[in-house]
Design a binder for this molecule. Structure first.
Ligand code: 5RP
Length: 218
């Protein structure tokens, strides 16, 4: 199977988790894009969706699914999103697509986080994929120096602004053996908006496209 076929396969498996739900959370990225396409078939059941990015908002609107403001929603049953890396404990690195802050907010506000990946995303130790850190623009240099002290090699995602008007440092060479602690330490650096570690609010279910099957880790 090609990587896109694996992504389609896990997207289809995730549809089963949202059938019949009036309000769902929708992530960002190429895997989720397949999921959004498939939502078109069940959109009659969906009152609205919470969107994690402007790109996803556009795609949802294109298929006629209303996008809701999280402030007007009391509870979200299920959030579906991809990841850049997944470890055996369902801790994730996210933010390759730059949407990490809104993704983290919707994941936090949702009862169940279903993460959909192809097997290339599975690792034993997080950190091979450069860890995205969203920063307030004036703090970029300071945060970069602090990340170097943590053993990372920050690279500025030049000419890129998040949907929140902030900048991103992609931090290479991190060996993240304790994701909970590292997430907390990076969040404590002044000027950091969010980091791409999803360890405190990790995935509840990971669907992994492997060969012609989908493995469920719950
Ligand atoms: C975007 C994300 C995505 O979930 C992550 O980058 C995976 O994307 P893809 O499905 O395209 O591999 O965190 O901010």
């Amino acid at each position: 199977m090609t990587q896109d076929e694996l992504k389609k396969q896990v997207a289809a498996a995730a549809i089963e988790y949202v059938k019949g739900l009036p309000i769902i959370g929708v992530g960002t990225g190429s895997t989720v894009n397949f999921f959004i396409e498939m939502l078109a078939d069940i959109k009659g059941d969906i009152e609205g969706a919470l969107s994690s990015s402007e790109a996803t908002t556009q795609r949802l609107k294109n298929i006629g699914i209303p996008v809701l403001d999280l402030n007007s929603v009391d509870s979200v049953e299920v959030y579906v999103d991809g990841a850049d890396e997944v470890d055996p404990n369902k801790k994730l690195v996210k933010g390759g697509g730059g949407a990490l802050t809104r993704e983290k907010i919707i994941a936090a506000a949702s009862k169940k986080f279903v993460c959909i990946v192809d097997e290339s995303k599975c690792v034993d130790v997080l950190g091979k994929f450069p860890l995205p850190v969203e920063v307030i623009p004036m703090a970029r240099g300071y945060v970069a120096r602090e990340m170097e002290k943590l053993g990372g090699r920050p690279v500025w995602r030049e000419d890129y602004f998040t949907d929140n008007g902030n900048e991103i440092l992609d931090v290479h060479d991190m060996q993240i053996t304790d994701p909970m602690e590292m997430e907390r330490i990076i969040n404590d650096i002044t000027g950091v908006v969010t980091n791409g570690l999803f360890a405190h609010r990790d995935a509840d279910v990971v669907l992994i496209g492997k060969g012609d099957t989908v493995e469920t880790v719950a």
